[in-house]
Ligand binder design. Structure first.
Ligand SMILES: [Zn+2]
Length: 357
């Protein structure tokens, strides 16, 4: 493992480069997204909640504008996964999301030569907007999975905070996969996730999508679920459909038919996505984007905030630690991570971006 960690540490520079691609635009966006929210904003309020509500699991609203009741925690450890960055307290999700992670971790280990998943952010205890890192992940139906395989030992909480991300991109090259880190097992893992009917979208870096388009020789039926997006070069993002019966969950249109290896992908390799925004006209009033307030979310989200918290986490059903252990591993006064090193899920979206994501 020392080797793996050393390898990971050596990748810090690569990550820096990945972030530097489209540098000013993306860096500016990250800075804007990570500015301290004001105390009354939805980000600050949902980000300050430590435990989920009692009651049945229910998503309210849309992936990028909503909240959830009755969330469950992914156990910190399962037979084929380890949850990362525990201090963030973002291991909460709809049971349908948690069971999808469990299913993928098991299948990937059994069939795809992928020893286990390192699980990143799912959602906050009651969902809602996050102070750092994501535009979506608000209703418990999104999850980030690292593109780094699980090591063959259980990491300590400190190691889970410190292990750096490893980008799949090559240094000093535009949107090019690094052949020294990308493996056929990465491709199999992505297509395994895409094969599940409940999985509607998987966000990956455009370079990863292109690699898949160029090299995947198996069944391409589900390749269209892989959607190119900014960032997503060291993790991929799984989005599942609204679960059956989730009446207050706003569905997203399914991806268009086809493998997506078309002009919607070619666009990412044009200058458009990386162009600097036009400077405002000299006489234009500066527009300060308004913060999202709880009242901007579905009405039910205020009730979700007001609802009583669970007194203990629902029993883990995935062979992980007991509910009490989950709570112990996650003290409610845990300090926030010192650095938010997660790339944003969604970067700026220029007007001419083809095809809905
Ligand atoms: Zn994500």
């Amino acid at each position: 493992m020392a080797f793996r960690i050393a390898q990971a540490l050596s990748s810090i520079g690569k990550l820096a480069l990945a972030t530097a691609i489209g540098a000013s635009l993306i860096a500016g966006d990250v800075a804007a997204q990570q500015k301290q929210p004001s105390p009354g904003s939805a980000k600050a309020i949902f980000g300050g909640v430590q435990l989920p509500t009692q009651g049945a699991p229910q998503p309210f609203g849309f992936y990028a504008k909503g909240c959830m009741a009755g969330a469950e925690a992914l156990p910190t450890d399962g037979p084929n996964w380890q949850a990362m960055r525990l201090s963030r307290n973002r291991r909460w999700g709809n049971p349908a999301m948690l069971s999808t992670i469990e299913q993928l971790s098991r299948d990937a280990a059994k069939y795809d030569g992928w020893p286990g998943l390192l699980v990143g952010d799912i959602a906050q205890p009651r969902g809602g907007p996050m102070i750092t890192g994501h535009a979506s992940h608000q209703i418990g139906l999104d999850a980030d999975i690292w593109l780094t395989p699980m090591p063959n030992f259980r990491m300590t909480a400190e190691q889970r905070e410190a292990l750096p991300f490893t980008t799949m991109l090559q240094k000093n090259a535009f949107l090019t996969i690094n052949p020294n880190v990308w493996t056929p097992a990465h491709a199999r893992l992505l297509m395994r996730a895409a094969s599940y009917p409940q999985v509607e979208r998987i966000f990956v870096n455009p370079a990863i999508k292109k690699k898949m388009c160029d090299t995947w020789t198996g069944d391409r039926t589900n390749l269209g679920k892989l959607r190119p997006e900014y960032g997503h070069d060291s993790h991929f993002h799984i989005r599942i459909k609204c679960p059956p019966g989730a009446a207050n969950c706003k569905p997203q249109a399914p991806v268009v038919a086809g493998d997506g290896c078309d002009k919607s992908l070619a666009w990412w390799f044009s200058p458009a996505p990386w162009a600097k925004p036009k400077p405002p006209k000299p006489d234009a009033k500066p527009v300060k984007p308004r913060e999202v307030m709880v009242s901007d979310l579905p009405k039910a989200c205020q009730a979700v905030l007001d609802a009583p918290a669970v007194s203990s986490v629902r029993a883990a059903t995935y062979g992980g630690p007991s509910a009490a252990e989950v709570l112990r591993a996650q003290p409610i006064d845990a300090p926030p991570a010192a650095n938010d090193d997660e790339l944003p899920d969604l970067g700026p979206v220029p007007d001419d971006k083809p095809a809905a994501q």
